[in-house]
Design a protein around this ligand. Structure first.
Ligand code: NAD
Length: 254
């Protein structure tokens, strides 16, 4: 309890799935949450549940002006920022690179990866002042690959590289930079992928089987790890890509 007391946290993509589970956990642990999400309807619904101290803005993380507007609002309302959780992302329909359209490729790169450039550009001064944290939602797919999702995996591999390099660049300012790497998590994003599969009925079993621990979790497992990484309990942890994957990456098994 109160592991994040009085911290102000910006989370992107906080109106759904993993981001929503994290936002709820941050609030439970005493933080004030500011959500940036492109889905205005879902954002307003969530903010309505959270109470007036928690705020947000409808915007696209791939657009400099939108991210700047979010940071300007945070400065105006709270005057400080303790953490940025870069979580918003999209996935494209399953296909190999040669069948991926240029606009799909660019959208993935800009939303999933370049967005970290914008939140850092516009938010780093506030984090320097608070000796704050950056947390990135990566994916096991950035580490071990995923068939028919090469562009998505490239963005997550890029996030892993950025996490380590930014951890080095900002350590001198007392800023920690970490990432969480889930395998499967039941969220609208995963449900969309499951629905695209030729045999959606078998997907539930498949998604249980890829995790050594034997089930596909919901967002709360990521949220618990995120609370740890943003809390003072993780004060000596930086540059870490933490698997929250039920052992999905450990190896072949029967
Ligand atoms: P989700 O689709 O449920 O939620 C993503 C949220 O991001 C949505 O609210 C959406 O509106 C928002 N968003 C999308 N594009 C945006 C943009 N341009 N600007 C601002 N907000 C935007 O997805 P999720 O499954 O909760 O995924 C969250 C994160 O977890 C992503 O980074 C995803 O890559 C990662 N991840 C998910 C899984 C999984 O199995 N669900 C596994 C590994 C990693």
């Amino acid at each position: 309890m109160n592991q994040l007391l009085n911290k102000v946290i910006l989370i992107t993509g906080g109106a759904s799935g993993i981001g929503l589970a994290c936002a709820e956990a941050y609030i439970r642990e005493g933080a004030t949450v500011f959500i940036m999400d492109v889905n205005e309807r879902a954002l307003n619904h969530v903010l309505g549940l959270f109470g007036s101290n928690h705020k947000g803005i409808a915007g696209d993380v791939s657009k400099s002006a939108d991210v700047k507007a979010a940071l300007d609002e945070i400065r105006k309302h709270y005057g400080r920022l303790d953490a940025i959780h870069n979580n918003a992302a999209i996935a494209h329909p399953s296909k190999p690179v040669d069948e991926t359209e240029e606009d799909e490729w660019d959208a993935l790169m800009n939303i999933n990866l370049k967005s970290l450039f914008w939140t850092t550009k516009h938010g780093i001064e506030l984090l320097k002042a608070s000796k704050g944290c950056i947390l990135n939602t990566s994916s096991m797919a950035g580490d071990i690959g995923q068939s028919l999702h090469a562009a998505y995996t490239a963005t997550k591999g890029g996030i892993n590289a950025l996490t380590k390099s930014m951890a080095l660049d900002y350590a001198g300012f007392g800023i920690r930079v970490n990432a969480i790497s889930p395998a499967g998590v039941w969220t609208p994003l995963l449900k969309q992928w499951a629905a695209e599969q030729p045999d959606p009925g078998s997907i539930e079993k498949y998604l249980s089987d890829i995790h050594a621990l034997g089930y596909c979790p919901e967002g709360d497992v990521v949220a618990d790890a995120a609370v740890f990484l943003l809390s003072d309990a993780a004060r000596f942890v930086t540059g870490c890509i933490m698997p929250v994957s039920g052992g999905a990456e450990l190896g072949y098994r029967r």
